[in-house]
Design a protein around this ligand. Structure first.
Ligand code: GLA
Length: 389
């Protein structure tokens, strides 16, 4: 559903539930990372785009309570958050993303009003498309409107990342929150995670699209393994004598090979290679050099599968099918995207072959795994938006 239609729908429901129209209406998108995986927490480069899937919130000042009450339309659940004292973790579990952001505003001394909020998200949950970052950034955008405290985009993204660290216990990097805040339609965002410098990379060629295939699997080991990868990278950086793997080169790594375990060596090799691939891919996108970008995506996938070991058989199946379709059939490249262990793959495809590719991917994926994939195309979308203030 397009954003204006979502807004109309949610406004109608708000009116039905609360008997008045919402005063504020905000949205924040999910994301797909085109390339640059597991590089953000190594001070490296990432190249994500916001997608046309959103967390949306309609809200008004509460007339009956001193709380922020958030009603999740889809799951039919309500989170009631007492804002008269410092907000802490609580239930339901998803409310922690919201709680963390409210706490971030409280810590800055911002006075927050009691609110009635109705929310809806079209970002698939747990699909590696940053549904949690969309929820955090949407909350922050609503609080900006409701409190009048407009934040600098970098500060806003960092506040949301902190919410994820402290309230959801996920030691994520900065990519997801940055792109949900700063995405721009028809552009990818090349983000230098060390300097936080961003460069918009236009995607103006109508002959290509990004296709997202959700494997519809999520392996529980995901979050624990994420933290393990982080510490392996830190170990590698320490042995190499650099502040982070961003500063390491393939030659430096080769020289110290005997000083580290094979696992740590391979983790570092992925990160070093991935940073180079990401910068090259951004250049490729700028020049509409799609075959090159596609090959870099395949190389990224192999590295994530073999060296970083964060893929899974379902993601590998999608990439293998994509590769078998090949450029002849309209696929330039494909790779897993996001943290891994399930979730989505992203493919760079020719626009005129989307239907045939989607059909073949769905059929062969079902044959190989017995699972239905969810496949869709998204143009690069705008970041957090205030639809009504
Ligand atoms: C998750 C994290 C991001 C990033 C990716 C891997 O999505 O939230 O910060 O580390 O994994 O690239």
């Amino acid at each position: 559903m397009k954003l204006p239609d979502l807004a109309t729908d949610l406004a109608r429901q708000f009116q039905r539930i609360y008997g008045r129209p919402p005063r504020w209406f905000v949205a924040a998108p999910g994301r797909v990372n085109v390339i640059g995986e597991h590089t953000d927490y190594n001070d490296g480069f990432v190249l994500p785009m916001a997608i046309e899937r959103y967390c949306v919130m309609a809200a008004d000042i509460s007339r009956t309570s001193q709380n922020i009450s958030i009603h999740d339309e889809q799951v039919g659940e309500k989170a009631v958050i007492d804002i008269s004292k410092p907000v802490e973790k609580g239930n339901p579990k998803w409310s922690n993303y919201v709680r963390g952001v409210i706490a971030g505003f409280q810590n800055r001394g911002v006075k927050i009003p009691a609110l009635d909020v109705l929310m809806l998200s079209t970002v698939p949950l747990g699909g590696g498309l940053s549904s949690s970052a969309a929820l955090e950034v949407c909350t922050a955008t609503l609080l900006e409107s409701a409190t009048g405290k407009k934040m600098d985009p970098v500060e806003k993204a960092l506040l949301c990342q902190k919410a994820e660290h402290e309230f959801a216990g996920v030691p994520c990097g900065i990519m997801d929150q940055f792109i949900s805040v700063m995405g721009k339609s028809n552009h990818l965002l090349l983000l230098d995670c060390r300097t936080r410098e961003t460069k918009l990379v236009p995607v103006n060629d109508p002959s290509v699209e990004l296709l997202i295939a959700n494997t519809n699997v999520r392996h529980e080991l995901g979050s624990g393994e994420y933290a393990v990868r982080r510490s392996q990278c830190e170990e590698a950086a320490k042995i190499l004598g650099v502040a982070s793997l961003r500063d390491a080169t393939a030659e430096m790594l080769e020289q110290k090979k005997s000083a580290m375990s094979d696992i740590v060596f391979r983790r570092a090799r992925h990160v070093i290679g991935e940073n180079e691939r990401t910068v090259s891919a951004a250049e490729g996108v700028r020049n509409s050099n799609w075959p090159t970008v596609g090959q870099l995506m395949y190389a990224s996938h192999r590295s994530l599968r073999d060296d970083y070991e964060v893929s899974c058989k379902e993601l590998d199946a999608v990439v293998e099918i994509a590769e078998s379709i090949g450029e002849q059939g309209g696929v330039y490249g494909c790779r897993m995207t996001g943290g891994g262990f399930g979730g989505c793959a992203v493919a760079l495809v020719k626009s005129n072959a989307i239907d045939a590719i989607s059909k073949k991917l769905a059929t062969e994926y079902r044959q190989k795994t017995g699972i239905e994939a969810a496949i869709f195309v998204s143009r690069p979308a705008a970041g957090a938006t205030v639809l009504k203030s």
